[in-house]
Design a protein around this ligand. Structure first.
Ligand SMILES: [Zn+2]
Length: 269
């Protein structure tokens, strides 16, 4: 087994592997997060509305992140006639590419997402920044949904490197300045300033997650997600009934770029 691991490392060296936290230890990262000054008791900027956006891009490092992190919100956006495009940064690992692409297509169909694009390979090569920049420039979204920058998964964090590089490529056009980034929650806690009540559609969200059958070999992701969304309902004023919510950290592009710079100090701007 050890020999296999060694050989695998030797022959399948990832072409895109950056130790993004190499110059910061966890304590320093926490100090940065603390600088934001978030507390659910001190931040009175939590909002609960879902505006009528015309165009939204969802960036999912792996097929299933989009529904786990923001499935309920995507359902609500589409109900409001929003044009949603999903960028899948990978279609999972190389050996599961085919099945996961079938699964994600089924999910897009059920969601009513007509536009999606599929990128690279998990743990190896994510979608490149040039393609992301081109998609943003062509589509001109109001909002970009993506996992939180400190989410506990390498591909999720690396997605931010590609996204930030894409922002650098984009011209400083007016539309770019109006974009807001909504970071969604997968593996870890999140700084929360936007809460979307999804109690009325939680069973639809669970059913969507169950389309990713290949992922259920490791965990029952529908169960985990509905638990996470139930816990998030502490932000809602529904103490006597069962409720579910998706949480986001919303930033303007400028706020996002400054936050990124603080976190990825070993990256050139
Ligand atoms: Zn993922």
């Amino acid at each position: 087994m050890r020999l296999f691991k060694f050989l695998r490392k030797f022959f399948f060296k990832p072409s895109f592997d950056i130790k993004i936290f190499s110059k910061k230890n966890l304590f320093e990262i926490l100090k940065i997060v603390n600088k934001v000054g978030f507390s659910r008791f001190t931040v009175n900027e939590i909002s609960f509305d879902l505006p009528d956006f015309k165009k939204v891009i969802v960036i999912a490092p792996h097929p299933d992140d989009e529904v786990i992190g923001a499935g309920g919100t995507i359902i609500k956006l589409i109900k409001k006639k929003c044009n949603v495009k999903i960028i899948y940064m990978t279609s999972g690992r190389l050996n599961e590419k085919e099945i996961r692409e079938q699964e994600l297509k089924r999910v897009c169909n059920k969601l009513g997402v007509k536009n999606h694009i599929i990128g690279g390979v998990a743990n190896q090569k994510l979608f490149g920044s040039k393609i992301i920049a081109q998609i943003i420039e062509d589509f001109k979204p109001n909002v970009i949904l993506m996992p939180f920058i400190l989410d506990d998964n390498d591909d999720h964090r690396k997605t931010h490197l590609q996204f930030k590089a894409a922002l650098k490529i984009l011209p400083k056009a007016n539309y770019k300045r109006k974009i807001t980034v909504w970071s969604y929650q997968i593996y870890g806690p999140l700084i929360v300033n936007k809460v979307i009540d999804i109690s009325d559609i939680i069973s639809r969200k669970e059913a969507l997650i169950k389309n990713y059958k290949s992922q259920f070999r490791s965990r029952d992701w529908a169960h985990y997600t509905s638990g996470m969304n139930a816990w998030n309902s502490r932000f809602l004023n529904k103490k006597k009934t069962k409720a579910w919510a998706e949480c986001f950290f919303v930033q303007s592009i400028i706020e996002y770029e400054n936050f990124f710079k603080d976190i990825f100090t070993n990256q050139s701007d």
